[in-house]
Design a protein around this ligand. Structure first.
Ligand code: C2O
Length: 597
């Protein structure tokens, strides 16, 4: 991580607020930042690449807060692009307007304009992150959010040092063009140039013999380090290991988990995983490695992406030549191993006693079964066309065979607020997300992976484009079963819901079968998450209480999946009390009329 100034600023405001109020230090403070979004050149792999970043940094500045604080971020858009910033995992209770989901909760911040996000971080402790939420600019527009407990007491031994580990990618392509390509069915040459850890490509990458820098973590023997892992990558889930070291997973998505010992972490795009690592190995140098996984062929293959940092002990004996030259490498899982992530995620559970637990153990008001896959639409809005890879059709991604279309004239939340949804003078036309797929099939049949004319897949491909929503009464208990399918690919799907955390009840391989799978639900100590990794060729079941009024995006966090339409919106009604009602929009919310296109 580069400059630490923003933390100093945050601390200043913290102390200033405490001093002014004269109150006890438990009083909530304000954490204020200015994010200047700008294009700069960064040099890697012998190329100067123009990238869009915040305050000249990649990754962007950290936001550090204490539970209950108010966060205020002034976004100054000096880039040529429309921008929004989403605070991934922040619950935004009654502040849906500050969620930053482009065209869902706001129109983007136009070039040369400013918008201020204001929200609290209440009832959440741990690691979250922020990222742009318009097209794929989040590749370089992202950073960590750290929320510390009020009393600075953790339900585990307090770590000596906190270390953000942001896994991302370095792109040398015009990202706007890549985004366009995705909406046209994608192109397999649109790959990142490298994986990164905290912005460093690492010595695995070189150009003309000059090696790229590694992220270096200096450690002292016997101390405990809290590694806060964020997967900010557009594309892949990553395995993370440090040679000769073990981890205890203690948190994920700003919720504590029951301490879980492991030597490998799997982190899917959108997820955060907090682990404790004790520096208990002989003083030496050890590689920390992030390796992208992917399904094996016949799924389309992308190059192997890996990055590594160095854990470097203080006081390495002078005669320890071995580790002075080349640090030790951990033994990584195979890049096609998709079982390690299945077990890693399946082995996590929450700390018991969550206040919402009794609610999800009771009556379930709404059930959704959502198939996640790829299909096709006909070019030029034709009612029918040849599919199975035929150029008459365009590949899209879907939920229950509907591929999400972003509103264009007005954000969905504004349309709802001003009564401009559907009807005669509608600015946004929405349809209900179907409760189940249009027809049942063997969702995980490997024969559906290859895109070939005349196959079974062709009959299942037909998909339509629509802006789908699903409306829930205030406080409804909702169960969603996500089913990954093998249509055209057999990827996992990291599904993310805005504005709510959910309980992960169970996951499994194959097709979800309520008759036998409901009995495997964990309703005792399920983990609380905002992103669930729905296994490849499998399913995951979640439950949440729709208690936060607004319009909340729900989508796969693989960028190509969201760009291709694997998304929908959850609309939650206001409650009967004023304290359950979404206030009107802030007066400086960007105006949609100013949109360029
Ligand atoms: Cu990480 Cu819709 O977001």
């Amino acid at each position: 991580m580069s400059k630490m100034l923003p933390i100093a600023a945050a601390l200043f405001f913290f102390y200033a607020a405490v001093a002014l109020s004269g109150a006890a230090s438990s009083k909530a403070a304000m954490v204020e930042h200015t994010f200047v979004v700008k294009q700069v050149y960064m040099r890697h792999l012998c190329n100067d690449t123009l990238v869009t970043v915040v305050n000249g940094q990649f990754p962007g500045p950290p936001v550090e807060a204490t539970e209950g604080d108010t966060v205020v971020v002034h976004v100054v858009n000096e880039s040529p692009f429309e921008i929004t910033i989403h605070w991934h995992g922040v619950k935004q209770r009654l502040t849906c307007w500050a969620d930053g989901a482009g065209m869902i909760t706001q129109c983007p911040i136009q070039p040369n304009t400013t918008f201020t996000y204001r929200f609290n971080v209440d009832g959440q402790v741990g690691t979250l992150w922020w990222h742009a939420h318009v097209s794929i600019l989040r590749a370089t527009l992202h950073g960590i959010i750290v929320i510390r407990p009020k009393s600075s007491s953790y339900p585990f031994q307090k770590p000596h040092v906190d270390v953000p580990i942001i896994i991302a990618e370095w792109w040398q392509r015009d990202l706007m063009k890549v985004d366009k390509n995705f909406s046209m069915g994608g192109s397999f040459s649109d790959n990142p140039a490298a994986a990164t850890i905290n912005g460093k490509l690492s010595d695995l990458y070189n150009c003309s013999g000059v090696r790229e820098d590694n992220f270096v973590l200096n450690v002292e023997h016997g101390k405990t380090y809290m590694l806060r892992l964020v997967n900010a990558a557009l594309f892949s889930e990553y395995y993370f290991k440090v040679a000769d070291h073990k981890f205890t997973v203690v948190g994920s998505d700003a919720n504590y988990v029951r301490p879980y010992a492991t030597d490998v972490v799997a982190v899917a795009p959108g997820e955060t995983i907090d682990v404790l690592m004790v520096a208990d190995a002989p003083p030496c140098r050890y590689y920390m490695v992030a390796l992208a996984n992917q399904p094996p062929a016949p799924d389309p293959q992308i190059p192997v992406f890996m990055s590594r940092g160095i854990v470097q002990y203080r006081g390495i004996p002078l005669d320890a030549d071995k580790c002075r030259n080349e640090p030790l490498m951990p033994e990584m899982p195979d890049q096609h191993d998709t079982l390690t992530t299945f077990y890693f995620h399946g082995n996590l559970s929450g700390l018991p006693g969550h206040p919402l637990l009794p609610k999800i153990q009771g009556r379930v008001d709404e059930h959704l079964f959502i198939s996640l896959g790829k299909g096709s639409i006909c070019k030029g809005n034709k009612p029918s066309c040849r599919r199975g890879g035929n150029p008459e059709s365009i590949e899209v991604a879907y939920m229950n065979n509907v591929s999400f279309r972003l509103p264009e004239k007005m954000s969905l939340l504004e349309a709802r607020h001003y009564g401009k949804m559907n009807g005669a003078d509608a600015a946004v036309v929405v349809q209900d997300l179907p409760s189940r797929p249009p027809r049942a099939f063997n969702y995980t049949d490997p024969a559906l992976i290859p895109v070939v004319p005349g196959g079974e897949l062709e009959r299942l491909e037909a998909t339509r484009k629509a802006t789908t929503v699903r409306r829930f009464a205030h406080n409804a208990t909702v169960e969603v079963v996500f089913q990954s399918t093998s249509t055209m690919q057999s990827d996992s799907n990291p599904m993310h819901l805005h504005g709510h955390d959910f309980f992960v009840l169970a996951q499994g391989h194959g097709n979800y079968d309520p008759a036998k799978d409901v009995s495997s639900y964990n309703v005792v100590d399920p983990q609380m998450k905002n992103t669930v990794q729905v296994p490849r060729l499998g399913w995951a079941a979640i439950r949440f209480v729709a208690d936060n009024p607004g319009a909340w995006f729900m989508h796969c966090h693989f960028e190509f999946h969201i760009a291709m339409g694997m998304a929908t919106v959850i609309e939650v009604a206001n409650g009967p009390m004023l304290g359950d009602t979404l206030p009107p929009p802030p007066s400086d919310l960007p105006k949609c009329e100013n949109k360029k296109n």
